[in-house]
Design a protein. Structure first.
Length: 530
């Protein structure tokens, strides 16, 4: 009985303390009780950050807090800082082309698509939060017809439960989804005896061992599929799971999603040499001369590959660069202090859609606690880590109305709280989000510019002589976050001019459905390869 009584006393004390603390802030009894009632986790302390004690809380006014935020982000992506960041990144790329097994990974794709590739392919796209399966028909650039047609497309959400499927279970889940798509397809499409050729866009690192195979590496983005399978062949894993279900399919190509994006644009425009992805994660692919890499980076490849490969599509794994040179603030440090793998993808922590919301949340929560933003009450579910989605911010930043009514409705629907945010609160939230995303756009531009410089040097091209460079892009942040792509392009122009080139020399160009189409094109290129 003793422990029970002690526990009850503790609960009672916590309840009283929570009431007093909230009462001091809101000065309204009913509201106080409601706040605590809505959020029992305040009392239970479950999966939420510890509430700092009142002594720790430094009181500021809202305007002073805004000043603190402005100061912390000021100049982080000014011209000089960006030029230095681009130089630093280029240096890191060069080092990794020498001996890093995790990034600057040469694929097996040494030829860009000719544009003549044809056929019907099943394209798979494993992204950070969705698995998509598409049936794609390629007719070729000169066919006079639509070059690529999506005959069928299904999207499956990869939620927390799926992300936590360990090892083969994840690949079995994929096969089950593929089976569903093919079952629905059987009546309308001629499923002859020949296995349907599959191409896979994989948005994780992979060590390619041929056009159709690659070794599984650590995955990031909260996925556990690589658990116990590191170093195993990804193609075999998918093929085995599909065969177990009796699916008449064959894995013919595996590419990283950044390479898929490059292939998808190059199929339509033969001058494409760069691709950029910014969604949940970040990455870039670039077509580089083979001789710029140390031979060890290619592992063991057949001599014929080396005989014909002059250039190669490289999966840079851009997310993994930037250690020690990224423009950090106290909130980035806070994010990393509780990150399970803080050194795996340093650049992604600053720019990825999986992190932008969290950085903003950390700044906001500090503003609520120290400067009384949002009535001094942290909306209950915002105390949970990663509870503020980048997509929510994107919708809040899209609201251009003077009273920010849409932004308020969006905020309240996702983060209900007893004190609705005022327009001033929402303006402050938007200001924080703008700082965080503007910095991200600058970092992305520095990464692309560094790759552009690297390629120019590798090809002995002077910046002022560099021809117009297309960067095929895709990913929810670049596509949907208001003003992101434009800001990124502006930073790129600044950087190009700073290095002696002409404004507009690097142009970001949208690549629609790039992962699915790129996977199909990779399948077509591989089947021509034999
Ligand atoms: C991640 C992965 C990378 C992928 C990128 C974009 O950072 O490591 O392989 O291309 O996200 O999806």
């Amino acid at each position: 009985m003793q422990p029970f009584i002690a526990a009850m006393q503790k609960v009672r004390q916590a309840f009283l303390a929570a009431i007093i603390k909230s009462f001091l802030r809101t000065k309204h009894v009913l509201q106080t009780i409601l706040n605590i009632w809505i959020s029992p986790s305040i009392i239970k302390g479950e999966n939420v950050e510890a509430e700092p004690s009142t002594q720790e809380v430094r009181k500021l006014g809202a305007p002073e807090f805004v000043e603190v935020v402005n100061k912390a982000f000021h100049g982080l992506v000014g011209r000089k800082r960006l030029v230095a960041l681009s130089d630093g990144l280029r240096k890191q790329f060069l080092e990794s082309m020498f001996d890093n097994p995790q990034c600057m990974l040469p694929s097996y794709n040494h030829q860009l698509p000719s544009g003549d590739e044809q056929g019907t392919f099943l394209a798979l796209d494993v992204g950070g939060s969705t698995f998509r399966v598409g049936l794609i028909e390629l007719s070729g650039r000169k066919s006079g017809d639509e070059e690529c047609k999506i005959l069928k497309r299904s999207t499956f959400k990869i939620d927390k439960t799926v992300k936590q499927l360990k090892g083969v279970l994840f690949f079995d889940w994929m096969a089950e989804r593929i089976g569903e798509v093919l079952a629905g397809q059987a009546e309308g499409h001629d499923m002859s005896d020949a296995p349907l050729s599959m191409g896979l866009a994989w948005s994780f690192p992979i060590e390619q061992t041929s056009l159709r195979s690659g070794l599984l590496q650590g995955m990031g983005k909260g996925f556990l599929a690589a658990h116990g399978l590191l170093g195993q062949d990804l193609g075999d894993l998918i093929q085995d799971s599909c065969s177990k279900r009796g699916l008449n399919v064959q894995v013919d190509a595996i590419v990283n999603d950044s390479s898929a994006t490059l292939l998808s644009k190059a199929y339509l425009d033969s001058t494409t040499r760069f691709a950029l992805i910014l969604g949940t994660g970040v990455n870039a692919a670039v077509h580089l001369p083979v001789h710029t890499f140390s031979p060890s980076k290619f592992g063991i490849r057949p001599p014929e590959w080396h005989d014909s490969a002059k250039h190669v599509i490289v999966n840079t794994e851009l997310s993994m660069f930037g250690s020690g040179i990224l423009p950090s603030t106290q909130w980035d440090e806070l994010l990393l202090s509780v990150h399970p793998d803080p050194t795996f993808q340093p650049l992604e922590h600053f720019v990825g859609g999986g992190y932008l919301g969290e950085i903003v949340r950390l700044v906001l929560v500090e503003g609520i606690r120290t400067a009384g933003l949002f009535g001094g009450v942290v909306p209950p579910n915002l105390r949970e880590k990663y509870s503020l989605d980048t997509e929510t911010l994107s919708r809040i930043e899209s609201d251009r109305s003077p009273d920010l009514s849409t932004a308020q409705a969006v905020f309240m629907s996702r983060h209900p709280t007893t004190i609705p945010p005022t327009p001033t609160d929402l303006h402050t939230l938007r200001l924080i989000a703008a700082h965080v995303t503007h910095r991200a756009a600058g970092i992305i531009a520095a990464g692309v510019h560094a790759l552009w410089q690297l390629r120019n040097e590798a090809e002995s091209i002077l910046p002022q002589e560099s021809s117009h460079t297309l960067v095929a892009y895709n990913g929810s942040v670049l596509e949907n976050y208001p003003g992101f792509k434009v800001a990124c392009q502006k930073h790129l122009d600044t950087l190009v001019e700073a290095s002696g080139g002409t404004k507009g020399s690097i142009e970001l160009m949208y690549a629609e459905e790039s992962s699915l189409l790129g996977a199909a094109i990779a399948g077509a290129v591989a089947s021509l390869d034999g």
